[in-house]
Design a protein around this ligand. Structure first.
Ligand SMILES: Nc1ncnc2c1ncn2[C@@H]1O[C@H](COP(=O)(O)OP(=O)(O)OP(=O)(O)O)[C@@H](O)[C@H]1O
Ligand SMILES: [Mg+2]
Length: 315
């Protein structure tokens, strides 16, 4: 049985009063999404801001209802068997939400209580240890830094040892050290059999961790494959150089630009030659020219630059 099943899931947010006055009908944040995540998989859900990742996860968590379609977790429908489905899930939310009146250990005990678990301190200690929170056990939640709160949210999601772990941008605002600790810990839980669904804007993390990846754009799945396949099907090479000039617009559309560094897909030597000629003709001085293999970020940019899909619905 799959760990998670999305079946033709749609979510349309009703228009605000202002939008209705403008004759708009609403926003289809999730548009006919169907896929399954197998037991034990480490699965990545990627997409730009507003693609519908959090909307999909909040429906999975039973926090909002799909406009149509169905979602189940290990065979439990998230609406008709809410409690069972919820018990299968450990969800780390994107937003930092917490109760400011408790200390870290108390918060974790209370969360255990929600799932009917008593005497959970051995596991709570292990969580605190694994997430670098051991010396914060008695700190009040509101005294913690943003990154520390994020760690507590991860611990909270895991108090009931859920078989399916859902992480909505768990490393946003988290320092390098915790990112490493966190991934070691999550990778261990995955090795021990937990299913992991991860959303992140750090594509390097996704490339390193995820077995399969779905890419969402404007609520639709526009790619879903094994990570290795996504990389194999990408433009195999990338031309990288530095410049102070402005790229011709035809090139800029497919470029990945970080400050002075420009990266452009190039399949072969012929294309490299053509790109360099175009740059020369545009009068651009380039330096530190090099080639490298395409990575997930290149694949992502390539896919997202594809055709636009309609966002407003008139259905
Ligand atoms: N409660 C809501 N009411 C109306 N529109 C919403 C609501 N929540 C989200 N949206 C809209 O739905 C779309 C998808 O939002 P969502 O939060 O799912 O995106 P996301 O992929 O998680 O983005 P990010 O990477 O920024 O977290 C966006 O256009 C957003 O503005
Ligand atoms: Mg989100």
């Amino acid at each position: 049985m799959p760990a998670i099943t999305f079946q033709q899931v749609c979510k349309t947010y009703p228009p605000t009063r202002q939008q209705r006055a403008q004759g708009k009908t609403g926003l289809r944040a999730v548009d006919d999404v169907s896929f399954q995540i197998e037991e034990g998989e480490f699965f990545g859900l990627l997409g730009p801001n507003g693609a519908g990742k959090t909307t999909l996860i909040s429906m999975l968590a039973g926090l909002s209802r799909p406009t149509s379609g169905a979602i189940s977790v290990r065979g439990f429908d998230v609406q008709t068997a809410y409690a069972e489905a919820r018990r299968q899930l450990g969800i780390v939310p994107q937003e930092l939400v917490f109760d400011p009146f408790f200390n870290v250990r108390e918060a974790l005990r209370i969360q255990s209580g929600y799932f009917g678990i008593r005497d959970n301190d051995a596991w709570i200690d292990e969580l605190l240890q694994s997430l670098g929170l051991a010396d914060k056990a008695t700190a009040n939640m509101r005294q913690l830094s943003g990154g520390m709160k994020r760690r507590v949210l991860v611990a909270q999601a895991l108090v009931h040892k859920p078989p399916v772990i859902v992480l909505d941008e768990p490393t946003a605002g988290v320092d390098v050290e915790l990112r490493q600790t966190l991934w070691q810990f999550i990778a261990r839980l995955n090795k021990e059999g937990s299913t992991v669904l991860l959303t992140t804007h750090y594509l390097e993390e996704a490339e390193a961790l995820c077995h399969r990846i779905a890419m969402l754009k404007q609520g639709r799945v526009i790619a879903l494959d094994r990570t290795s396949e996504l990389l194999r099907n990408a433009a195999s090479n990338v031309l990288r150089f530095k410049t102070d000039g402005i790229l011709p617009s035809a090139l800029a559309a497919q470029a990945r630009i970080t400050g002075r560094i420009v990266q452009l897909p190039a399949q072969n030597a012929f294309e490299v030659e053509r790109l360099l000629a175009t740059l020369r003709q545009a009068g651009l001085a380039v330096e530190d020219v090099e080639m490298r293999k395409a990575d997930l970020e290149d694949v992502f940019i390539d896919l997202m630059a594809g055709e636009q899909t309609p966002l407003e619905v008139a259905r």
